[in-house]
Design a protein. Structure first.
Lengths: 306, 307
């Protein structure tokens, strides 16, 4: 499992060279880090959504919140409302942009917490090994054993929904992927010369971890991040759809779909548009991540099992 | 000997999981304020809150409440639903068959179709087809199920008027919700199985099989398939458990009368005994499925038992 994890993150060369296909091999996707067409499409999708999120709030007439019941369900292309209006006469385009901002303002901090916890635990487990490794692996197993959606619903139902709750809970429950990669890398590198040589100069182990181990982990983690941001965006959208995530009047894509559902036959676009935004952003992030890792199965295997 | 130890370890792990989820929910409810005050709303008088706290036992020490709560979990008596004044566990179990119907039919449909698709892909050997199908699988994983469900309602219920969009009256009602969940299962298992086959391609036994003159079809079906399936089983188990979590969202889209819909409705009506009963049932389902899958795995793959 350790070897596979390393290969998938591109640290070690592929064990079987592409030039020697064997009988019965189905042709495999080539591992290239260049800008393949599919990577360009993926990046373009992300760029479109990010540009919308960043630019639209600065445009004149930006107003995602003011209701105008005389202008309900305007069609796209109506004067002043490029994508029409929703069930309360609010501008769809402005709301979509603000919802995207809300979504990222949860996903990015949550991923940051995941990375900090995952990398710390993973590096310690891999570098020191022994009982520490066992304890951290057990922690990872426990975390994997609890369905995150159920845990989120349980916690939000108890303490009420808020953006901070979402960030903290997702941050604390989604770090196994990062821990797995960090641990594998640390395990792989700990006997290498550059890891023990500094000890002869009196370097402490934390210093070695920070200066020599961490830089080696970062590249393989970097490609995990966009994928995970996509996962968290979908999670937040589902919670907001259930009414347990972002609360009105703050718009969220999931919440907009929930509100639009009641008017599905009257105004399908109110429901359809937020879903398209979600798909563009999540698909863009995840396709880009997959192209960069060249991963095949794209599914997290269980954490530390060998 | 090994099997017994393996089973015991998994059982303990399962109990710890259920215990953990319940304890977290229990203490968070208490931490967030008096449930009686939450239930009665901001305009309730102090006397009314105190009276309800007393009837519900919230005025007792936390540790006593926790002990009673755990006792209730063990005996299956989670108290009465605050909104309906009926045993909460009964209300949840009444809904369980609907949820199982939806979850299991999507699971089976997705898994069986994935086997068919991936086997055909391997036999055809077409990389273009494989890339296209993997692309669709990834794309499906980037689409929120609740949105896909609503788009299906829009097309098949609102526009074409072919299928019912809400409730569970007949087998036709199952089509749209099951399709919504099953496509996500299908996407997951196609990618997993494809990865499983990919891992087998360069194994020595495959080369040996070809070397002795075995046909491509036989190598794929007889030699590679059993090995490609093994890693799927663990993920399938974890996934079948969390499928119930995903079903919650789909149930809400189609007003499917299952545990998920009950759970979300009880959260908004602050019926916390019903919430806890529903969470207990979902967590138990998850743990039991994982346990059975681990057992199945240790039967199919003797290496697991020897670890």
């Amino acid at each position: 499992m350790t070897d596979i994890a390393i290969n998938e993150t591109g640290l070690a060369p592929d064990p079987a060279p592409e030039s020697a296909p064997r009988l019965g091999d189905t042709p495999r996707r080539k591992r290239r880090l260049g800008l393949s067409p599919s990577l360009i499409v993926a990046l373009a999708l992300v760029l479109i959504v990010v540009l919308m999120i960043v630019v639209i709030p600065f445009l004149p007439g930006y107003d995602p919140l003011t209701q105008d019941l005389t202008k309900r369900f305007l069609l796209p292309g109506s004067p002043g409302h490029l994508l029409g209006t929703d069930q309360l006469g609010r501008d769809m385009l402005d709301r979509l942009a603000l919802a995207g901002r809300t979504s990222l303002s949860i996903a990015i901090p949550a991923v940051a917490v995941n990375i900090v916890i995952g990398v710390l635990l993973g590096l310690f487990a891999g570098y020191f090994g022994g009982w520490l490794d066992n304890v951290i692996s057990a922690l990872a197993d426990i975390q994997l054993a609890i369905p995150i959606m159920l845990l989120l619903i349980a916690i939000v139902s108890a303490i009420g929904p808020s953006e901070i709750t979402l960030i903290v809970v997702i941050g604390l429950t989604n770090w196994v992927g990062y821990a797995r990669v960090s641990r594998a890398t640390a395990w792989q590198l700990r006997e290498r010369e550059f890891m023990w040589a500094p000890k002869t100069h009196g370097a402490s182990r934390p210093w070695i971890m920070r200066k020599h181990l961490l830089p080696n982990v970062i590249p393989s983690l970097a490609v995990l991040v966009p994928f995970d941001i996509g996962v968290i965006i979908l999670l937040e959208a589902a919670l907001s759809y259930l009414g347990l995530g972002i609360q009105a009047p703050t718009p969220s894509w999931g919440g907009m779909i929930k509100d639009g559902q009641a008017y599905l036959s009257l105004s399908p676009l109110t429901t359809v548009l937020p879903g398209i935004m979600l798909f563009m952003l999540v698909a863009g992030l995840q396709f880009a991540s997959q192209r960069l890792t060249g991963e095949r199965d794209g599914v997290r295997q269980d954490a530390f099992s060998q | 000997m090994h099997v017994a130890r393996f089973i015991t370890r998994r059982l303990i792990q399962g109990v710890v999981t259920v215990f953990g989820v319940l304890t977290v929910t229990f203490f968070l409810v208490r931490l967030s304020g008096n449930p009686a005050a939450l239930l009665l709303g901001p305009e309730a008088s102090q006397q009314a809150i105190a009276a309800l706290s007393h009837t519900l036992g919230f005025d007792q020490p936390l540790i006593v409440q926790y002990g009673k709560f755990l006792g209730g979990v063990v005996t299956g008596n989670m108290g009465n639903s605050l909104a309906q004044n009926l045993p909460a566990m009964g209300l949840v179990l009444q809904r369980l068959p609907n949820t199982l119907e939806l979850a299991l039919s999507s699971f089976v449909l997705g898994l069986v179709l994935a086997f068919v698709v991936v086997l055909l892909l391997q036999l055809s050997g077409s990389s273009r087809l494989r890339n296209a199908i993997l692309w669709f699988a990834s794309a499906r994983q980037a689409i929120p199920s609740f949105w896909l469900g609503l788009v299906l309602v829009l097309v098949f219920a609102v526009q074409l008027k072919l299928l019912p969009s809400i409730g569970n009256q007949s087998i036709k009602s199952l089509v749209l919700p099951a399709f919504t969940s099953a496509t996500l299962e299908l996407a997951l298992y196609i990618r997993l199985l494809d990865g499983g086959f990919g891992d087998q391609l360069r194994q020595d036994y495959v080369r040996t099989a070809y070397a002795k003159g075995q046909t491509r079809t036989k190598v794929i079906v007889r030699h590679m398939l059993p090995n490609a399936v093994l890693p799927i089983i663990t993920v399938a188990g974890l996934n079948l458990g969390s499928l119930l979590g995903g079903t919650i969202v789909v149930e809400l889209v189609f007003a499917w009368p299952g545990v998920g819909q009950l759970l979300i409705n009880s959260i908004s009506s602050r019926d916390y005994t019903l919430v806890q009963a529903a969470i207990l049932v979902i967590a138990l389902f998850f743990v039991i499925v994982n346990f059975l899958v681990d057992l199945l795995y240790s039967v199919l793959d003797p290496r697991v038992r020897l670890q």
